[in-house]
Ligand binder design. Structure first.
Ligand code: NAD
Ligand code: DAU
Length: 351
């Protein structure tokens, strides 16, 4: 049995589905079901005794303590977070509350539970913290990619709150010996991603004939990784990662935002020719404040130590992703409700 936090979100849900398919062992998912948490993401597990859902906040210490005592997991995989940079600019408070205070609360309960365990369960226990490459700040075009020893320099409230959570995890290992592992991953894409993020937003706007908003000059670079590869990297780190270590996970796939948007449009021109050429909808809009110019991940450590590397190529992963959104109209209708439309209006109206 493992406990996952934030398993109703994009990466968490992909992880839970892949875990049950690959490992077949039970998962308890603690999720607050914010706007980003969607029980429909886990609909394939309805009636499956290996999946237990606990609706709640990681800040609810009583809830978390009770779940750990009842289910006696051998690992906690911590995804729960506020994850969208633009939302952190509009309202940073929730980011501190969940990403920093929530991670602290979870670490406290994990430590208390771990202290109740006897060997061999105590030695086997793991706290795996899922984090981001954004903690390292921004690269210039000729800078080497982020490695695990790159100094932290977070630039957005989101990145700062994730950096704070990483430091707490590090301290709980160093001070209390809690068996932690942290992964810092680059931009994910794939099925089930909430359409506030670049790739699904562009797919859905293009399908609806709406402008495709590109921030600034569109030359910011991200290192794209297919979500299934990220989930495999987390499983490898959980199984064989060294305690107290951090592992960078990336896609070896640096692209400018304009390249990404054009690639989505080209796939849609082929699969949905009615709106072609979709690239005519590209609209340059006011930049994100403090917008990091470039992220790139050096994933040599996880390859060397754990044998993990990305399997999906960006071109094939992006095509699968576009096909998924085309085939899941009901899911899309479910998440693009009134609250979604409100967010789109508040983020884009003044740009
Ligand atoms: P997401 O926003 O899609 O999902 C977050 C989930 O956490 C939702 O289900 C939400 O309901 C839940 N949640 C939020 N606050 C909670 C709380 N207080 N208690 C319990 N549950 C809560 O996020 P995602 O894109 O799936 O990211 C998951 C994790 O991976 C995050 O920690 C994020 O920082 C990290 N990460 C994301 C990316 C990416 O490209 N999306 C890349 C690297 C790392
Ligand atoms: O690098 C990992 C991070 O990737 C994760 O930690 C975050 O949780 C995840 O949201 C993501 O952050 P980004 O800010 O890079 O992702 P986003 O999809 O919001 O934006 C990707 C790039 O596209 C970024 O340079 C901003 C740009 N962009 C985004 C949106 C939503 C646009 O040009 N237009 C848009 O409308």
């Amino acid at each position: 049995m493992i406990v996952v936090t934030g398993g109703a979100g994009f990466i968490g849900a992909n992880f839970v589905l892949d875990w049950i398919a690959a490992a077949g062992t039970p998962v308890v998912n603690v999720d607050k079901l914010t706007y980003a948490g969607n029980p429909a993401n886990l609909a394939p597990l309805k009636g499956d005794a290996r999946y237990v859902f606990a609706h709640g906040d990681i800040n609810d210490r009583g809830l978390v303590a009770g779940l750990l005592q009842r289910h006696q997991p051998y690992a906690i995989v911590h995804f729960a977070a506020e994850s969208h940079v633009d939302r952190s600019i509009h309202g940073p408070g929730e980011f501190v509350q969940t990403n920093v205070v929530g991670t602290f609360s979870l670490l406290e309960e994990a430590r208390a539970y771990w202290n109740t365990l006897a060997e061999p369960a105590k030695g086997r226990f793991r706290f795996l913290h899922v984090s981001t490459d954004e903690v390292y700040g921004s690269l210039g075009s000729n800078d080497p990619a982020f490695s695990e020893t790159t100094a932290y320099a977070p630039n957005s409230p989101y990145a700062a709150s994730k950096a704070g959570s990483d430091h707490l995890v590090r301290a709980y290992h160093h001070t209390y010996g809690l068996p932690t592992i942290t992964t810092n991953c680059s931009n994910n894409y794939g099925p089930l991603q909430f359409p506030e993020k670049l790739i699904p937003l562009i797919i859905l706007n293009a399908l609806n004939g709406k402008p495709l908003p590109v921030y600034g000059d569109g030359k910011n670079v991200r290192d794209w990784l297919y979500v299934g590869d990220h989930c495999a990297g987390i499983r490898a780190a959980l199984a064989q990662g060294r305690l107290g270590e951090t592992y960078n996970i990336g896609g070896n796939s640096e692209k400018t935002n304009l390249e990404v948007v054009h690639a989505v449009c080209a796939i849609l021109d082929e699969l949905h020719p009615a709106g072609a050429p979709h690239a005519k909808l590209i609209t340059f809009v006011k930049d994100r404040p403090g917008h990091d110019r470039r992220y790139a991940i050096d994933a040599a450590k996880i390859k060397r130590e754990l044998g993990w590397e990305p399997r999906e190529r960006f071109e094939s992963g992006l095509r699968k992703t576009v096909e998924w959104y085309l085939a899941h109209g009901e899911w899309v209708r479910g998440v693009t409700s009134g609250a979604y439309r409100q967010w789109i209006a508040s983020n884009y109206a003044a740009r």
